[in-house]
Design a protein around this ligand. Structure first.
Ligand code: SF4
Length: 893
């Protein structure tokens, strides 16, 4: 290949190569070393290859005589952000938007330096208005800060270097340029100045006569699969081949690329080496790596709250624990918190350490994080130089036991080094004698971790996946370019909103005109065609429901044709696991079972649900809420009703006592206030303002008062029991039952009552699969004959504006309320002896099923599953998918 040979000869002759990007420079150095090894050499001179930025930085530093500091990207961003925070237009912006505008301003400044440096002078921008006008004033301020503090933006360094080169006529080494799809105006001027005393040449591209193919795939998945299969075939034919895959959407579809190439690797029988088979050149944000994410969360937690799901992640990462046992203890502690229903949306460290949910935090772990917390607390009192904070961060992490005791992998070690470099870059923020508070410093560090891209060191994998721009300067034996449709090739982009459009067009800045995009894409295509002996382009005919057309840049070279059959995705291999119906049953030993009436309700709803909750202790949990949860509100209501009907001296017990309350509202208010002061969960009390709790008290008072006014209209009754407890033995199964309330009606019979705040109906008691058995169970098995005959069982529906009874009563109009509408179910569908007998049979049958160990995954309906939360245990979704697949196949046949 001409370019590669030319570069090799140039480097062997001691010449300097300037590459367009860091990736291209690394690639050229790697190729040079490979070539020397293949010649059998044992030692050789390091080649002179620099990327453009390093070249400029080196030359400016070497030639400049003044003491100015060349700004790092973190330092430059800090200056622009400070300028924006002092500007009347942007001072009130939140941090996030302000940083985004600062980044746009940095880009705009870079564009002016690269394309139109004559506009850097303040007067040249006098006519700019609106957003460009604002940017112009920020740039003026930026220049003034740099002048005052002796600073220089990296974007300006090439412009200064031009002057330095023009005034220095000393001999310079010859330069060969590699991987420049286009040379920007300022770059051209730098090389022109260099060439006054030294040669500058562009590496020649090979004549573009490769085999070219252009494919049309049905969709992006089959396009990607075809590319991965092609790679496999190429490597099967030549294991030493170097392949380049060029794609534009790597950042959005990174996971899909990894999966496709891993699948291909395992199909090639190289699963052990799968990770080394391909490399993705585009890095991921450093903060998304496990090690750095855990470090940022841990440090943030030392002074502020973190979300509960972040805490779950932090503990399960193992980066805060000294051993596997500590990790298990921490996750067990989280579980215990949820079993107590003490979950919170976010946790402060001090609050978390105070919790005693019945599980213990590992003492050594608690001591470590407390020590780190104290250390930061002592240092946090006043602003400090950034390097002082930067020194403290590793100390805090070490004190807290980060990154754990597990030996780090080579990849994690690279991440660790990058994290240390990021901390060090933030340490340099004190360049103008600036002091920072801890929150200010941590915010900069956290943002730097999010904005730095981390890419692992190259392992020399045979397949490299890169974006079009990153592929500049790379060569390969064969190239596949994905996504070559009309929309993506030339790629679309937007102009910079802080520069006038006319200026951008005139200077030919990126995306300022369709022609500029077309020219760049044509140059990239030309370069790719000269970089390999075989180049394949492809595009998906349809993506996200939109029809695509082939790129007009590729179509004239090779007409798009359907993917060849050999590149079709092979069917997935048979799963290693096979499914079978498991009808085996493990009987429950006779005796008491914890769970009360719920056991048989669950057995009816889905036998596996009863098995999993009672015998495996499986639980779902409610997501944390800032205020009271639905469940907590329900419990408070039950407690309030219990207090009210507990009888004298504070409560009442009969209809007559209720009717005698002249100020019902005040009576209820007293009970509700006393209850809330005792029983409001600590989380809600600490996390919510007093006004919220007042509103909760008002809401509860109004609801209970409305209900009591409804009960005032009842026929005479007396409350027999509240929170009534009873033991029932059903065919060898012993259950402890509890019911909200039992009333004695005017004819001496008993009415069992269950308070509900949701929309419930007695239909849920109907065989063959009752959805709720609490009331029938209590009515049939919970009360002995000595206590009296059952007069009815009802839900007391406490719903604002809709308070009423719903259920079954023998003679509702004479036992419950005289003014009942004659058409209501309470009147038209009275409780019968046959129903009582049917419930007895059904309940006995369910108890026998439970005792026999019947645990089939057979939900009563979809609603049951929606409210269950045990999907991960019963794997109902997989079963449903298999059933649907089976039905489909049967239909096909
Ligand atoms: S999610 Fe559905 S199938 Fe699974 S245990 Fe719960 S009710 Fe049964």
């Amino acid at each position: 290949m001409i370019q590669e040979q030319e570069i090799d000869v140039w480097l062997r002759g001691g010449g300097l190569v300037v590459a367009a990007s860091e990736r291209a420079a690394r690639f050229l150095v790697g190729s040079y070393h490979r070539a020397r090894r293949s010649e059998g050499l044992k030692a050789w001179v390091t080649p002179s290859v620099l990327d453009w930025r390093s070249f400029i930085r080196n030359e400016w530093t070497r030639r400049s005589r003044d003491e100015r500091l060349l700004l790092s990207s973190v330092q430059e961003q800090s200056i622009w952000t400070r300028i924006l925070s002092q500007d009347s237009q942007t001072a009130s912006l939140l941090e996030g938007p302000r940083y985004r505008i600062a980044n746009l301003a940095i880009q705009a400044h870079q564009l002016l330096c690269d394309y139109a440096p004559h506009l850097l002078g303040d007067r040249a921008r006098r006519a700019w208005q609106h957003d460009p006008g604002e940017f112009s004033s920020w740039l003026r301020e930026f220049d003034s800060v740099c002048r005052k503090d002796g600073l220089l933006s990296v974007a300006r360094a090439p412009l200064e270097l031009i002057d330095l080169l023009e005034s220095d006529r000393g001999a310079r080494p010859p330069i060969l340029l590699a991987g420049f799809d286009r040379i920007l105006p300022t770059e051209r001027r730098v090389f022109a100045a260099w060439s006054t005393s030294g040669e500058v040449r562009e590496a020649q591209l090979a004549p573009s006569t490769p085999q070219v193919h252009f494919y049309q795939a049905a969709d992006p998945d089959s396009e990607l699969a075809a590319c991965a299969i092609w790679c496999r075939r190429q490597l099967a034919a030549n294991p030493d081949a170097r392949l380049l895959v060029v794609a534009q959407d790597i950042s959005d579809r990174r996971g899909e690329y990894e999966r496709a190439f891993l699948r291909f690797a395992s199909a090639a029988g190289r699963s052990a080496d799968a990770e080394k088979l391909f490399e993705i050149s585009l890095g991921i944000p450093l903060a998304q790596t496990g090690l750095v994410r855990s470090a940022c969360l841990l440090v943030r937690w030392l002074t502020g709250p973190i979300e509960e799901h972040e805490l779950d992640w932090l503990f399960s990462s193992g980066h805060t624990a000294a051993s596997q046992e500590e990790t298990l203890a921490l996750t067990a502690f989280m579980r215990a918190l949820r079993r107590k229903r003490w979950q919170r949306i976010r946790w402060q460290l001090a609050d978390f350490l105070r919790q005693r949910p019945g599980a213990e935090l590992p003492r050594a772990w608690a001591a470590r994080v407390l020590q780190a917390h104290r250390r930061l607390f002592e240092a946090n009192a006043e602003p400090k130089a950034p390097f002082t904070w930067a020194e403290l961060v590793p100390q805090l992490l070490a004190a807290a036991g980060w990154p754990g005791t597990r030996t780090l992998s080579s990849l994690e070690f690279q991440i660790l080094l990058r994290w240390q470099a990021t901390i060090e870059s933030c340490a340099t923020l004190g360049f103008a004698g600036r002091a920072m508070t801890w929150p200010e410093f941590f915010e900069v560090l956290d943002r730097a971790a999010h904005e730095s891209l981390f890419a692992p060191e190259s392992t020399g994998a045979p397949i490299l996946i890169a974006g079009p721009a990153e592929s500049a300067g790379l060569t390969a034996d064969a190239i596949w370019v994905l996504g070559a449709d009309e929309e993506n090739w030339p790629p679309r982009g937007s102009t910079n909103p802080l520069l006038p459009l006319a200026v951008q067009r005139e200077a030919g800045m990126p995306h300022s005109s369709p022609q500029a995009d077309w020219d760049l894409a044509a140059a990239t295509r030309q370069r790719l065609m000269a970089s390999a002996g075989e180049v394949r382009f492809s595009y998906a005919k349809q993506a996200k429901g939109i029809d695509k057309r082939p790129s007009r840049l590729i179509d004239p070279i090779a007409a798009a044709r359907p993917l060849p059959a050999e590149f079709s995705s092979p069917p997935l291999p048979q799963p290693a696991a096979s499914s079978f119906l498991d009808w085996s049953q493990v009987p429950f030993p006779s005796g008491a079972a914890a769970g009360g009436a719920n056991i048989l309700t669950f057995q009816s709803q889905c036998a596996f649900k009863a098995f999993a909750t009672v015998r495996l202790a499986a639980r779902t949990w409610e997501p944390a809420e800032t205020g009271l949860t639905v469940l907590e509100r329900g419990l408070l209501l039950h407690d309030a009703m219990h207090r009210i009907w507990a009888g004298p001296p504070e409560g009442i017990r009969t209809h007559a006592e209720l009717a005698s309350k002249t100020n019902l509202e005040a009576f209820v208010t007293g009970h509700v206030r006393a209850l809330l002061s005792e029983k409001t969960p600590l989380r809600a009390r600490d996390g919510m303002p007093p006004r919220y709790l007042e509103l909760e008290a008002k809401r509860l008072t109004a609801l209970i008062s409305e209900w009591l006014r409804y009960e005032e209209e009842r026929l005479p009754f007396a409350v027999e029991q509240t929170e009534a407890k009873s033991a029932a033995a059903i065919g060898g199964l012993q259950l402890n039952l509890r019911l909200d309330r039992v009333d004695r009606l005017n004819d001496g019979s008993l009415l069992v009552i269950d308070y509900k705040t949701g929309d419930v109906s007695p239909k849920s008691w109907d065989p063959p699969r009752p959805g709720d058995l609490q009331l029938p169970l209590y009515a049939v098995f919970g009360l002995g004959p000595a206590e009296g005959e059952i007069g009815g069982l009802v839900f007391a529906k406490l719903r604002a504006g809709e308070c009423e009874f719903a259920g079954k009563v023998r003679h509702a109009a004479t036992q419950l309320k005289a003014d009942l509408n004659r058409g209501t179910n309470l009147v038209t569908k009275p409780l019968s002896r046959q129903e009582m007998a049917a419930w007895r049979r059904k309940i006995t049958e369910l108890a026998e099923d439970f005792l026999a160990g019947r645990a089939d995954v057979d939900p009563r309906d979809n609603e049951t599953c929606k409210q269950c939360g045990l999907h991960a245990v019963c794997r109902i979704e997989e079963t449903r998918a298999q059933t649907a697949e089976g039905a489909l196949e049967a239909g096909d046949e």
